[in-house]
Write a protein that binds this ligand. Structure first.
Ligand code: FES
Ligand code: FE2
Length: 343
């Protein structure tokens, strides 16, 4: 069975990563190159010239096409060779694979299947991290030496906050005071925490003061392959959520680079202190510590520690709170199986 689902949208990068130069990014173990055409559209091609296999990402953008750095063969956004410096003829077979891309919410999404079957209605909503008036969005990227499912396990089971995030989000047992629920809606999974009468979490200070007692929620939404959105909020005890403070929200989107490595994209939106550069610096440092220095080492070490064992064959214990990650794994397996049986 293939290792990666084909017919889903993978996050290829943030909009601002796709500038004037081609961007090389391996996704699902295939080297790909992304570039913008003159109308701003993002194109994705196989990052390997069919002549002597130079990475096209080392070349340059020429109008609406990409020129190989080695002998100049030039490919359009559909992967067709459109220029050969040595002849008027384009050699047969002078083409590379291409994939459909759509830019939405500041995210470049790439359909990993046949471009003809790319379905824009299957892109999941991340409006919450789109730049807009009254918001400040901070975006990040972390490379992980672990499969994307290990990052999903981490994000769909936020009980780790109390242990892993001692330097950032841990809240003196706040998670233990919470109720956890996993809701399965077919293509979508939710892993939600609801914590009553707890001290305001760091994400809700301000507007709440240090030590203010609140009801607090952390709602994580998952879609394949590993596109997760986190809603964070707090309200005064017993008050409806709408009367409280809904932190802008976060994106946690993980794209497999290979069977053993991943691209982990994060974004955080806030609706308070949006022009406060001190707040930018504080949050950038907070997220860097949380994701790079707290999550990443334990995820990578857990995967390394599994050695060559298969995840299920190693018989992982179930603690209940880990159901979100387990179900996400099962859904990916079902998608792979369905794709395998349809050829
Ligand atoms: S390797 Fe690309 S043109 Fe020769
Ligand atoms: Fe974490």
């Amino acid at each position: 069975m293939a290792a990666f689902v084909k017919n889903v949208w993978y996050m290829a990068g943030w909009s601002e990563e796709m500038g004037d130069a081609p961007l090389a990014r391996r996704i699902a173990n295939v080297p790909r190159v992304f570039f913008r055409t003159t109308d701003g559209a993002v194109k994705a091609l196989q990052d390997r010239c069919p002549h002597r296999f130079a990475p096209l990402s080392m070349g340059k953008i020429a109008g609406d096409a990409l020129q190989c750095p080695y002998h100049g063969l030039t490919f359009d956004g559909a992967g067709q060779c459109v220029r050969n410096f040595f002849s008027d003829k384009i050699p047969a077979g002078a083409q590379v694979q291409s994939w459909a891309c759509i830019e939405r919410d500041g995210i470049i999404w790439m359909w990993n299947g046949d471009p003809q079957s790319a379905d824009p209605t299957k892109i999941h909503d991340f409006e919450v991290v789109r730049d807009a008036p009254g918001r400040k969005v901070l975006r990040g990227y972390t490379h992980m030496n672990a499969p994307y499912e290990f990052a999903t396990d981490n994000l769909m089971d936020l009980s780790h906050i109390e242990f892993v995030h001692q330097g950032t989000f841990a809240g003196d047992g706040v998670i233990f005071a919470g109720k956890h629920s996993v809701i399965d809606e077919g293509d979508t999974l939710h892993s939600n925490w609801w914590m009553e009468k707890v001290p305001a979490p760091i994400a809700a200070k301000p507007p709440y003061a240090d030590g203010q007692i609140v009801d607090h929620w952390l709602d994580m939404r998952w879609n394949a392959p590993a596109s997760m959105k986190l809603d964070i909020g707090a309200t005064l005890p017993g008050k409806p959520r709408e009367e409280g403070y809904q932190v802008g929200g976060q994106a946690h989107i993980v794209t497999p680079e290979s069977e053993t490595t991943s691209h982990y994209f994060t974004a955080n939106t806030r609706t308070h202190a949006i022009d406060d550069v001190g707040m930018d610096a504080f949050l950038t440092n907070l997220f860097n510590t949380a994701f790079n220095e707290e999550d990443k080492p334990v995820i990578e070490a857990s995967f390394a520690n599994m050695g060559t064992d298969d995840f299920w064959a190693a018989m992982p214990l179930s603690l209940g709170v880990d159901q979100g990650g387990t179900r996400a794994r099962r859904k990916i397996e079902a998608l792979l199986k369905a794709e395998a049986s349809h050829g």
